[in-house]
Design a protein. Structure first.
Length: 463
């Protein structure tokens, strides 16, 4: 059966006018609501307002527009079903064969820092999801669209299949609708329950961001879901792998600890050198690189200032997999982009929002959710907990703060030796904490003299 009647009601009007004109040109009667109806009429599309169609006005400042039997009955009635057809005839409910609906922008609204609860509530769509679900349930007969990307494909199919879409397309579009409405409901539930770590159920629904080059190993497939692009932008280089994303996450978390110009070098998410400077990032690079001159090869470098050409030239002398910075000076970027295997990642100002989100990890049969750990160690924290006869000097306290910020991001058992705004030795991932100390001390050598030691947990025995 050809599509004869369509209902269009959207917030995002991308491509809508062309789509509606295409439907009208194919003889389809168009129903619409409020602002959408006005938009179509101004565009020269013949349109019938839903209120005129149902004989019932919009109520409560537009909160009730389409919640009416003539709308949902038109969507849900089964074609060829005798009782449904009898009910439709008795109550004068014509079929609605196509709906194109996208929802109030709830996710975008609650993403604003200053959003109020009232604003969020008013952007919870009720009629839209209801119509989408009704149409998707009856996709055997109804074409349902929630994405402007699908408009042209449906028009093309109508030309090729006597004015109708194919069942295969309707099935695909119905799946897309249920996926979208579940994602929408999850966003609402998560916003209204701020205590996500302790809630009775944990809802998560994320769009596919991209397919990754591979997982931990080349034979493992991997994908990235969510809004990674809101926080990081790849400016140059090959597609990211699973381990690349982990490295970027670890690097961002580490560099976010520092306010002074700082550079960190990481390998497999572990810091292998960190340095801070008063102004010159080349000094920070030298401090970080001196920690371990072999580990940086093939590693990740992150800075918390724009990348200058002077630093780019120094860094480009060794093989690096990823460089991350808030920005890249034009000449620095041009210089680094000469290396085709190097990935350049811009860390956007919004990254602090991502670092404040709950930490989620898979577990057998489910997920574990944990609060992030944004707490920074202040000088007063250290000064109030002195357990030795001689209190530390101001310089030693600053070194302790520096070392503590780094050791927080080293895999346990974790040990960091530091002094003068630089790591001099890092011991990571040893099952025996004493062995981590030995590893860091061996790495530091003579530079360990006058340094401080930070440990991510206590020493249980006298050794």
């Amino acid at each position: 059966m050809p599509i004869q009647r369509a209902l269009l009601s959207v917030s995002d009007k991308t491509g809508l006018l062309d789509f509606a004109q295409g439907l009208a040109a194919r003889g389809v009667e168009i129903l619409s609501t409020g602002g959408t109806a006005k938009f179509l009429a101004e565009g020269g599309v013949p349109v019938c307002d839903v209120s005129a169609y149902t004989g019932f006005p919009e109520l409560f400042d537009g909160r009730v527009k389409t919640l009416h039997p003539k709308v949902h009955g038109g969507l849900l009635q089964r074609r060829g079903h005798k009782q449904d057809e009898a009910d439709a005839a008795k109550h004068e409910i014509p079929c609605i064969d196509l709906v194109a609906i996208n929802l109030y922008p709830f996710e975008q609204t609650v993403a604003k820092k200053d959003v109020t609860l009232e604003e969020a509530i008013e952007n919870i769509d009720i009629g839209g999801p209801s119509m989408l679900r009704s149409a998707a349930k009856n996709h055997k007969s109804v074409t349902v669209l929630c994405d402007p990307e699908d408009y042209q494909g449906v028009l093309t199919e109508m030309d090729e299949h006597d004015g109708d879409s194919t069942l295969a397309t309707r099935e695909r579009l119905a799946w897309k609708v249920f996926h979208r409405t579940s994602q929408y409901d999850a966003a609402i539930a998560n916003f209204l329950n701020k205590e996500q770590v302790t809630q009775k159920t944990f809802n998560i629904s994320l769009p596919l961001c991209c397919e990754l080059r591979y997982g931990d190993n080349p034979h493992q497939a991997a994908s990235l879901y969510g809004n990674f692009g809101d926080y990081f932008a790849k400016l140059h280089g090959k597609d990211l792998s699973y381990t690349n994303v982990l490295d970027i996450q670890g690097a961002a978390g580490l560099i976010n600890e520092f306010r002074r110009p700082t550079l960190a070098i990481l390998k497999h998410t572990n810091p292998c050198g960190v340095g801070s400077a008063e102004e010159d990032l080349r000094e920070a690079w030298q401090k970080a690189f001196e920690t371990d001159k072999q580990a940086p090869f093939g590693g990740v470098i992150v800075i918390n200032r724009s990348m200058p050409l002077s630093l780019a030239r120094v860094i480009s002398e060794i093989f690096t997999d990823i460089i991350i910075a808030p920005d890249f000076d034009a000449d620095a970027r041009a210089h680094l982009q000469k290396k085709k295997n190097l990935r350049l990642i811009q860390m956007l100002p919004t990254v602090s929002e991502a670092l404040s989100e709950p930490i989620i990890r898979s577990a057998p049969g489910g997920l574990m959710v944990m609060d992030p750990d944004p707490r920074a160690l202040g000088l007063e924290d250290l000064e109030n907990k002195v357990r030795t006869k001689r209190p530390p000097t101001r310089e030693e306290l600053e070194a302790m703060r520096f070392a503590w910020r780094v050791v927080k991001h080293v895999k346990s058992n974790a040990i960091v030796f530091a002094k003068g705004g630089a790591t001099v030795g890092v011991g990571a991932g040893q099952m025996n904490r004493v062995q981590s100390v030995r590893l860091a001390a061996w790495q530091a050598g003579e530079r360990a003299r006058g340094s401080v030691l930070a440990s991510d947990a206590f020493f249980p025995f006298a050794d």
